[in-house]
Design a protein around this ligand. Structure first.
Ligand code: SAM
Length: 240
């Protein structure tokens, strides 16, 4: 990582209340592996150092705003892609046990190899669809938190994530600006699958100034057995 990249990372971290100085070597290696992986696998549209530092690393870590992810516990990263937000979270929150999930095998293989290269013992990547895991005993109702960055509209996310949470657990959804209509539909969907929207935090990302919203949904009661519906239906026919 260049000195400019390091400064961006440190400044961005500071704006989020994080001291990333001890983690510079890990982020430099993650940047290198991501750029190398990108040329082989075309993993992410973001290719420059500046974009990766701001729009992957700092953006990913912004889910720590508000403290809803906590310092420990079992966290499923629904639709992790090339490992975001899981990999940056695993670096700065060693007490979290992270399960990055994606339906695309090549992305999960990259996350697995990258976690190994970085020596991250708190990352257990998983290939599969959230709808499938949501109906398996070893995953349903097992997670303390679900985090999802840029994956789906809130009503869809609620149906995919809430079955995986234990009662009392939380979904932390990282999104761009959200319309009142999506929020209302998300609130109704959350109610249907056993949850309640707890917080909506609209903010600007440090340095880039991009608009982001963190939505926290708490699971208040068990999800009815009919959810999640089968693969692809939550997306094709959102609850609300
Ligand atoms: N979270 C990553 C990020 O912020 O860079 C990736 C975002 S990408 C736009 C959405 C990812 O979610 C894709 O890799 C897709 O394969 C995955 N995905 C979408 N629906 C899914 C589902 N139902 N189960 C598992 N993965 C899913």
């Amino acid at each position: 990582m260049t000195p400019e990249g390091e400064t961006l990372l440190l400044d961005g971290g500071r704006a989020l209340g994080l001291d990333l100085a001890p983690h510079l070597p890990a982020f430099a290696e993650l940047l290198r592996l991501l750029q190398e992986g990108n040329t082989r696998l075309n993993l992410t549209a973001l290719k420059t150092e500046r974009d990766i530092v701001l729009k992957h690393f700092i953006d990913s870590l912004s889910c720590l705003r508000g403290g809803d992810l906590g310092e420990e516990g079992l966290v499923l990263d629904l639709g992790t892609g090339a490992g975001f937000p899981s990999l940056p979270l695993a670096i700065v929150r060693p007490g979290l046990d992270l399960v990055p999930l994606d339906s695309i095998g090549k992305k999960i293989r990259f996350v697995e190899e990258t976690a190994q290269s970085l020596g991250l013992k708190n990352v257990r990547p998983q290939v599969g669809r959230a709808e499938t895991l949501g109906r398996q005993d070893e995953h349903r109702g097992q997670y303390d938190r679900v985090v999802a960055r840029a994956v789906a509209a809130l009503p869809i996310l609620a149906e995919l994530a809430l079955p995986l949470l234990r009662v009392g657990g939380r979904l932390v959804a990282q999104k761009g600006p959200i319309t009142d209509e999506e929020l209302r539909a998300g609130q109704r969907a959350a109610g249907e699958v056993g949850g309640q929207v707890q917080a909506v935090d609209a903010f600007k990302l440090p340095l880039s100034g991009d608009a982001r919203t963190l939505i926290v949904v708490t699971k208040t009661r068990p999800t009815p057995a009919k959810y999640p519906r089968r693969e692809g239906i939550p997306n094709a026919q959102p609850l609300f």
